[in-house]
Design a protein around this ligand. Structure first.
Ligand SMILES: [Fe+2]
Ligand SMILES: [Fe+2]
Length: 316
């Protein structure tokens, strides 16, 4: 065997070993980053934390909600602004009127979004991710809205929508050079991330859900949001309360985000709305016998998501 042959035989093995070393180092760095993350849920004694607790309690009332919101000037201002915005068409003059006009579920969404934004907004968005906040709020609203057509919903669906792509924020902040490689890769997400880092943005987001003790249904749906039907076992249609169902809804809503041009450039599906409706995941949902009116839903939800986003980011 000549020198050239030897080199070509050695090079792939050396490349694989270097990649494995790199992957191990990336994984260790990720573990450190995740360990240093505070809980995604706000501290129990903060006003946001008290609101979160209230949302978990079946006995809580709008009045309880108002009492806590009144203690938080930033939240009070947001609730007023939203209730009286063009999208929500309210004429509230008191915080009680504003909360009543919006309703419990909307106030919960605003509180969850505010908590999410507070936690992650100091992370700088890289070029191409300017729409990230709007996209996530939109996807979260759509996810809760579709799930609400099928089942009682309790806020976890909205949180799943908010959190499912958080991995991109952490990659942008802590692995910028690798994110550039992912963005330039010919492979789709999350295969590109697996190749470069050995873990995907979906796995990072699921780790955040798991360390925050969110229900396994949310964690499983988030980790599989790019291939939720892979969770199906034995072809038996799962219940509306399952991780598969939530994962499929997340997947469809994510693709609607793309169809509405709120793309993350390196993970876009390239589908328009008709393409979304024809996707395997959207077709899978039709077996449950409900008609999802996609166009009307988008028309209703997008302006509200924009309004919430403006209220959180100060219109930036
Ligand atoms: Fe994703
Ligand atoms: Fe997404």
């Amino acid at each position: 065997m000549g020198d050239t042959d030897q080199n070509t035989a050695v090079a792939p093995a050396a490349g694989a070993a270097a990649a494995a070393t790199g992957h191990a180092a990336f994984r260790m760095r990720l573990v450190e980053i995740l360990k240093s993350q505070e809980d995604i849920l706000p501290p129990a004694q903060s006003s946001l934390g008290r609101l979160y607790q209230l949302f978990q309690s079946p006995e809580s009332s709008v009045e309880d909600c108002v009492e806590i919101i009144k203690l938080d000037p930033a939240m009070t201002a947001r609730i007023f602004r939203l209730a009286n915005s063009v999208a929500y068409r309210g004429k509230a003059t008191t915080i009680s009127e504003a909360v009543l006009h919006l309703g419990f579920a909307q106030v919960r969404q605003i509180a969850f979004s505010a908590g999410f934004f507070k936690k992650f907004s100091e992370l700088k968005l890289p070029p191409g991710m300017e729409q990230f906040w709007l996209r996530n709020i939109f996807v979260a609203r759509l996810t809760e809205r579709i799930c609400a057509q099928f089942q009682l919903f309790g806020g976890m669906e909205y949180l799943a929508g908010l959190l499912h792509d958080t991995g991109w924020l952490l990659l942008a902040a802590h692995f910028p050079a690798e994110l550039e490689l992912i963005a330039a890769s010919d492979k789709p997400s999350p295969a590109s991330e697996k190749e470069i880092l050995s873990f995907s943005h979906a796995e990072i987001a699921a780790a955040i859900c798991a360390t925050s003790l969110l229900p396994p249904r949310v964690t499983n749906a988030v980790v599989n949001h790019h291939a939720p039907l892979a969770l199906l076992v034995g072809g038996i249609p799962p219940s509306h309360n399952s991780d598969v169902f939530l994962g499929v809804v997340l997947n469809v809503c994510d693709k609607i985000g793309d169809a509405c041009k709120l793309e993350i450039p390196w993970q876009k599906s390239g589908l328009d709305l008709e393409g979304v409706k024809e996707s395997a995941e959207a077709k899978w949902l039709t077996q449950f016998g409900k008609v999802i009116k996609y166009e009307a839903m988008i028309e209703d939800e997008l302006p509200k998501a924009q309004e919430i986003c403006r209220a959180l980011t100060g219109g930036k």
